[in-house]
Design a protein around this ligand. Structure first.
Ligand SMILES: N[C@@H](CCC(=O)N[C@@H](CS)C(=O)NCC(=O)O)C(=O)O
Length: 205
């Protein structure tokens, strides 16, 4: 069904946060649809979206897309006025795509292993603590690789959607964002810059 605005499926504190931040940065009209985790909610959601994971974004003409990095890259491309990504085809754009996919494939992946640890072994909960521990170590290692790029933003002096993505994911570190920020002052400055943005404050309120 066609709508005049975006519809974002998600939950506060989940991967839909970065999409909301970008929609707020853009000033786009959108409806936030909270997805319940009861079995019936999941069945209804899967019928509409194809996957049972959030976030998903219904475009104004009706197409529903999922995968947080893909949604962010898409929004940045269709709203160039918000300057959330470098010009397509530029060298900076190559770096933008690299970090978006890096964060999605590595840092988000660590977070899923931390928060859904029992799913990663046939031993279930019995193996969860070990999986969580290793995933937390991996989380730090993965963040450590992007930190040298921060100057002060991921792409240097220009903000991009990669900054919102890094900021959201950094907040999922089990020992808290402050522990990472303390370890890497450049990350602390980055967190400070992003957290002060009105779009981000609105989502975190
Ligand atoms: N690769 C996906 C991961 C999405 C994902 O796993 N989201 C979590 C919430 S942050 C979820 O839907 N969890 C529910 C579950 O797995 O049951 C993305 O980047 O969108």
């Amino acid at each position: 069904m066609a709508h005049t605005s975006y519809q974002l499926y998600g939950l506060q504190g989940s991967g839909s946060d970065v999409v909301r931040m970008l929609l707020e940065e853009i000033g786009a009209s959108y409806q936030f649809i909270e997805v319940g985790r009861e079995p019936a909610d999941v069945v209804a959601y899967r019928a509409r979206v194809l996957t049972d994971k959030i976030p998903a974004l219904a475009l104004p003409e009706g197409t529903v897309m999922f995968e947080s990095a893909a949604i962010c890259i898409y929004l940045a491309a269709v709203h160039p006025g918000a300057r959330l990504a470098p010009a397509s085809g530029s060298v900076d754009h190559a770096r933008f795509l690299q970090w978006m996919v890096y964060l999605s494939a590595n840092l988000y992946e660590c977070a899923l292993r931390i928060y859904y640890a029992s799913r990663y072994s046939r031993a279930g909960e019995a193996a969860a603590e070990d999986i969580r521990h290793k995933a937390s170590e991996d989380f730090v290692r993965v963040v450590g690789l992007i930190v040298p790029a921060l100057s002060p933003y991921v792409l240097g002096e220009h903000l991009s959607a990669a900054d919102h993505y890094l900021y959201m994911l950094g907040g999922w570190y089990p020992d808290g964002r402050a522990a990472l920020d303390f370890h890497w002052p450049a990350l602390g400055r980055h967190s400070q810059l992003i957290s002060q943005r009105p779009a981000v404050r609105k989502v975190e309120a």
